[in-house]
Design a protein around this ligand. Structure first.
Ligand code: 8YV
Length: 312
């Protein structure tokens, strides 16, 4: 009889995807083990595949302790938590769910933008708390006519630019100018200076960690807003908190944080921030398509077929 290859699952996946994984693999739910290190020491050699989230990736020391690892299938597009060079050196393929989640992520960036400028979440809480009768809700800020600065004009950034164009002028920055109708601003600080809303849609790398720093946020200024649907690591979070508390910037819409699943408590009492728990791709439709993409990649690997969505 054929033994199914071992698959190490590093975080919760959809019930449908988990049932698919069980069909073709001997699945170990690493994140639920009492002694994960002991398990890996004893059984690591049985593992051919890893399934993980974009916000989880795989720790490098774990990859090093899986001598027969062939593929890491990421349920997401971010590979900032996977050491791609290490994977390449070890002959490990890495796949993502690219081409699926960009519209949902761009939609959420628009939602966060409108919410934080119009204070929709605060207004909702005000009505629910019964404060409308006799109260006075403060005026918000106009969205239309703003200048939007997109950091990273990849697939998500382009989807976002198309959505924001009807609202106002769209500018972007990134490593290089692209053949698009939006104006390229090579310097990030300059982009922050000239835009009203700075939106992060780039991938996170060691090189751009903390690039949204004091200089960028000061350039964004007291009437500027930050929207982040990319990664928390891009932002100097303590400085962001300080600037939000002091009025150094006007507000922020944040779906991602440095230390997920923990958002900084210093933000919880601020009326000028909207916080969501890393949900930009979290819709029924997109998560199902992502799940189908993950199992398709793993079945390609099982069949020794080319991996259509490999980044390594
Ligand atoms: C998800 C993501 O939160 O695609 C990414 O990189 O961060 C999101 O889609 C995550 O990957 C779900 O596992």
């Amino acid at each position: 009889t054929m033994t199914r290859p071992g698959l190490l699952q590093l975080g919760k996946l959809s019930p449908w995807l988990e049932s698919q994984l069980e069909q073709d693999f001997a699945v170990c739910r690493h994140f639920e083990l009492d002694d994960p290190d002991g398990w890996v020491a004893a059984h690591g050699a049985s593992i051919g595949a890893v399934a993980t989230g974009g916000n989880i990736g795989i720790p490098s020391d774990l990859m090093l302790r899986l001598p027969n690892l062939g593929v890491v299938a990421v349920n997401g597009v971010g590979v900032d938590k996977v050491d791609l060079n290490l994977a390449r050196d070890r002959g490990v393929s890495v796949t993502t769910t690219r081409g699926i989640l960009s519209e949902d992520v761009a939609d959420l960036a628009v939602v966060l933008t409108i919410d934080v400028l119009r204070n929709i979440t605060g207004a909702d809480a005000y009505v629910r708390a019964g404060k409308w009768p006799g109260g006075e809700w403060p005026l918000a800020r106009t969205v239309t006519g703003r200048t939007f600065g997109i950091v990273g004009l990849g697939e998500i950034g382009l989807a976002l630019a198309a959505r924001l164009s009807p609202f106002g002028k769209v500018l972007y920055t990134g490593p290089r100018e692209k053949p698009v109708s939006y104006d390229y601003v090579p310097d990030l600080v300059e982009l922050a200076r000239v835009c009203d809303v700075l939106l992060l849609t780039c991938s996170a790398t060691p090189a751009n960690a903390g690039m949204i720093d004091r200089a960028v946020l000061e350039a964004l200024g007291p009437s500027g807003y930050l929207v982040n649907v990319a990664r928390g690591s891009l932002v100097d979070e303590p400085v962001l908190i300080e600037m939000l508390r002091s009025g150094g910037i006007a507000g922020a819409g944040l779906d991602v944080f440095r230390n997920e699943p923990h958002a900084p408590g210093e933000l919880f009492d601020l009326p000028n921030v909207v916080l969501t728990p890393h949900v930009a791709s979290a819709t029924v439709e997109t998560r199902q398509r992502m799940a189908e993409s993950v199992i398709a990649s793993l079945r390609e690997w099982l069949a020794d077929a080319p991996l259509a969505n490999a980044v390594v």
